[in-house]
Design a binder for this molecule. Structure first.
Ligand code: BG6
Length: 404
């Protein structure tokens, strides 16, 4: 018989559920029935992969079921975006520098844009994805968590609850989207067959495991507001999609134009400042600002001050999961989603999910694989001269080709 050596791990156990979501309730119940939730000798923790629930009701039901035999302190809801180095750096950029925070509000920020683009399709996950869609797969969790970190107030300390108290306040302040406005503020799309780099690419409905009449979105774009003192009136634009031209995730803080139009005409945002937080790839931060073009007159051009994480020599950027799993061992829940945040995110998404499910009049816009999604998503940004930033560094290696 093999004798277990517990001297290091004691009776500490992590159960990591990366299983089909339908088992997220059953497995913990059975573990508890076998007494494996008891913490008499060492801690017992559950790490649960996303999605936590399929909608508000199922998320609440799952949580209620788990909490019958597991304490909240034992439950770690993973959102791997929170484990990304550059997502954590949002806190450091904002709160370790004196120059950003005074400007980080409705007085100076015009709008905020968050893009998470993927250049792959649904790969071999067609049947999972067809029940999910971009809104559930990316926005309800990853991108709303990123929004929470961008929009939060400074936490009282760096402890997990202090930080999560602030992010949840953001999610609870999201202005509810009414059923009637869904069509105006939420765009859905689905990739169509196309040719990328000379190779044919299947449309979403031709993918294995996908219903040939599917209306599931592979692209989603949303406009919303955060109704609080800091953000009142500042639009947030969030978009995500599969089979877009590049894999890139970034947040762009668009600052307001100068109040006095000395160098550029009123209404033009050619030299508006932008802070671009590149979450992946080429992790880093880019600040765009106007500079004089050498020579006669005052011609202004937008230039870039660019920091790349790779410039920090000898520093390896850990994978999100390395950080998160280590935190689950040390008991640090800062980067795990608390149930009130999960609930607030579902509450916010439900009117859109319901309308997309029940209203056949709301179109699913096709977009050829390899393009930036349906053109109609441009209409979400109603300002003249403004559009989604094309994160073209990922495409061209040179940010100066980017629009705005
Ligand atoms: C997962 C989604 O949570 O995140 C996938 O289920 C998506 O559909 C993935 O591809 C994206 O993660 P990353 O880290 O590659 O941006």
């Amino acid at each position: 018989m093999i004798k277990r050596d517990n001297s290091f791990t004691k009776e500490n156990i992590i159960f990591y559920l990366s299983t089909p979501p339908a088992l997220y309730q059953v497995i913990p119940e059975r573990l508890a029935a076998a007494g494996l939730n008891k913490e008499d000798n060492g801690w017992k923790r559950l790490v649960i992969e996303k999605p936590f629930g399929y909608d508000l009701d199922s998320s609440t039901a799952l949580n209620t079921a788990l909490q019958k035999s597991w304490k909240e302190s034992q439950i770690y809801r993973i959102d791997h975006y929170l484990g990304k180095e550059t997502v954590q750096n949002l806190l450091v950029t904002r709160f370790s520098n004196g120059i950003f925070e005074p400007l980080w509000n409705r007085n100076f920020i015009h709008h905020v844009e968050i893009t998470s683009a993927e250049s792959i399709g649904v790969e071999n996950r067609g049947s999972y994805y067809d029940d999910s869609g971009a809104l559930r797969d990316m926005i309800q969790n990853h991108l709303l968590q990123v929004t929470g970190l961008i929009a939060m107030d400074p936490p009282a300390s760096l402890n997990a609850d202090a930080i999560r108290n602030e992010t949840v306040k953001v999610l609870q302040s999201l202005r509810p989207i009414s059923k009637d406005e869904v069509e105006k503020v939420a765009i859905r799309g689905q990739y169509l067959s196309s040719t990328i780099g000379g190779k044919p690419v299947k449309g979403y409905r031709e993918e294995e495991g996908v219903d040939p009449d599917s209306k599931t979105e592979t692209y989603a774009a949303l406009k919303f507001y955060i109704d609080n003192w800091r953000w009142g009136g500042v639009p947030f634009y969030v978009r995500t999609g599969k089979q877009l031209p590049a894999r890139v995730t970034e947040a762009v803080i668009h600052f307001k134009p100068t109040p006095h139009h000395l160098f550029v005409p009123k209404g033009s945002c050619d030299t508006c400042n932008q802070l671009i937080i590149r979450i992946q790839p080429d992790e880093g931060i880019l600040l765009k600002m106007g500079m004089k073009t050498p020579g006669a007159g005052f011609k202004v051009q937008n230039v870039s001050m660019d920091f790349h994480y790779t410039d920090l020599l000898d520093v390896r950027i850990p994978d999100a999961y390395e950080r998160l799993l280590l935190d689950s061992m040390t008991g640090d829940k800062t980067l795990y989603a608390r149930i009130d945040a999960v609930t607030a995110a579902w509450e916010f998404m439900m009117p859109v999910l319901d309308a997309w499910k029940n209203d056949p009049e709301i179109p699913v816009h096709g977009y050829p694989a390899g393009t930036w999604g349906p053109d109609v998503a441009d209409s979400l940004i109603e300002e003249p001269d403004m559009n989604w930033r094309q994160p073209c560094r990922a495409l061209t290696g040179n940010d100066d080709f980017c629009k705005l």
